[in-house]
Design a binder for this molecule. Structure first.
Ligand SMILES: Cc1ncc(COP(=O)(O)O)c(C=O)c1O
Length: 330
């Protein structure tokens, strides 16, 4: 709640910081650093981590972002995240303000300043400040914001018992929009809200024809009783870096005859109810097993063998696959 003093106080450069101090922001303790191209510098002070109100990102959601993770001092799949960021930006007519090489260097430098080996890095490219209309041409140029945040792992029951999943009631994004990781995440926010409001961990989108799409910020993978591993086609949902990597890793299990098939295909909701195992994947959760879907148990409702196998493969990849690791510290 905002406590109002009597009368409306005028804020100036002189009283701004003193006023900010009165407003406690305990969550700011997780914020390690922010870079802004408007300063061409970084800050470790959460009070200063601001984006101008007239950046079209703030009032229209006109911008794109990507979120990656630093694990034990190395950023996992950084290049894949930056490529996705560039694709998202290009899709809405924004040219990244830096080359991929420069951006890599900057992300590493800002992360290094925090001294934190396990953190989340959010890279945001906005349309830029310039007015309050929807017209992107009134902005003076795209801006870059990088936020480094402490990594707080999900609760342990996610991995030991599995998570509950429900069907979302919200209409899903058209494939064009699903593959742009834009700052317009209202649908994603509402999907998370509806899960929590219904005492579930996650909700999953279903398209008009009954095929599953994705979660608020997660991809879904379905393992059938026939030993097939299915991913909703990546041109219809966001190409998750985690799901995509798991698909690559799982392909090895076909040659070992653990899996019959690994493929992208439309998955009807009814196939999920009957699945042997179901997983959600994402940068901050890695891979988690789904124990119930719409209140129905998936198999016996406990994490299965394939989950354990894929989890180990992914975790191993995250610390040992030099091709996908960008070291932050010397
Ligand atoms: C809509 C959506 N789907 C899937 C994902 C998972 O992608 P990744 O594995 O790259 O984190 C995200 C990530 O935030 C997302 O926002």
């Amino acid at each position: 709640m905002v406590e109002r003093d009597v009368g409306l106080k005028e804020i100036s450069k002189e009283n701004f910081f003193e006023t900010l101090k009165k407003f406690e922001r305990p969550w700011g303790a997780n914020y390690l650093a922010m870079y802004s191209s408007l300063w061409d510098g970084y800050t470790k002070d959460p009070d200063l981590m601001m984006i101008p109100a007239d950046d079209h990102l703030a009032h229209r959601g006109d911008g794109v972002f990507d979120t990656m993770r630093c694990v034990n001092g190395c950023i996992y799949q950084l290049q894949r995240h930056l490529r996705r960021l560039e694709r998202s930006a290009n899709s809405i007519g924004i040219k990244l303000p830096l080359s991929t090489e420069e951006l890599t260097g900057l992300v590493v430098e800002v992360t290094k300043k925090t001294g934190e080996k396990d953190c989340i890095i959010r890279v945001t490219v906005s349309r830029g400040p310039g007015g309050f209309s929807t017209n992107p041409y009134e902005c003076f140029g795209p801006q870059l914001y990088i936020n480094v945040i402490k990594y707080n792992p999900p609760p342990s029951y996610f991995y030991t018992k599995g998570v509950s999943l429900i069907t979302s009631k919200y209409p899903q994004k058209d494939p064009l929009f699903a593959n742009i990781k834009s700052c317009n995440y209202l649908l994603n926010v509402l999907m998370k809200k509806e899960a929590l409001d219904n005492s579930a961990d996650y909700s999953i989108g279903v398209d008009r024809d009954g095929y599953i799409t994705e979660g608020s910020t997660e991809n879904i993978i379905v393992f059938t009783k026939e030993n097939e591993l299915f991913f909703p086609p990546f041109d219809t949902v966001l190409t998750g870096t985690t799901a995509y990597r798991i698909k690559e890793l799982a392909e090895n299990l076909v040659s070992q005859s653990v899996l019959k098939e690994v493929s992208e295909r439309k998955i009807h909701k009814d196939v999920v109810y009957e699945a042997k195992e179901v997983f959600l994947t994402g940068t901050s959760i890695n891979i988690v097993p789904v124990s119930t879907y719409d209140g129905r148990k998936i198999s016996d409702g406990m994490p299965g063998e394939l989950f354990q196998r894929l989890r180990i493969m992914l975790e191993n990849d995250m610390v040992n696959n030099k091709d996908l690791l960008t070291p932050v510290f010397d």
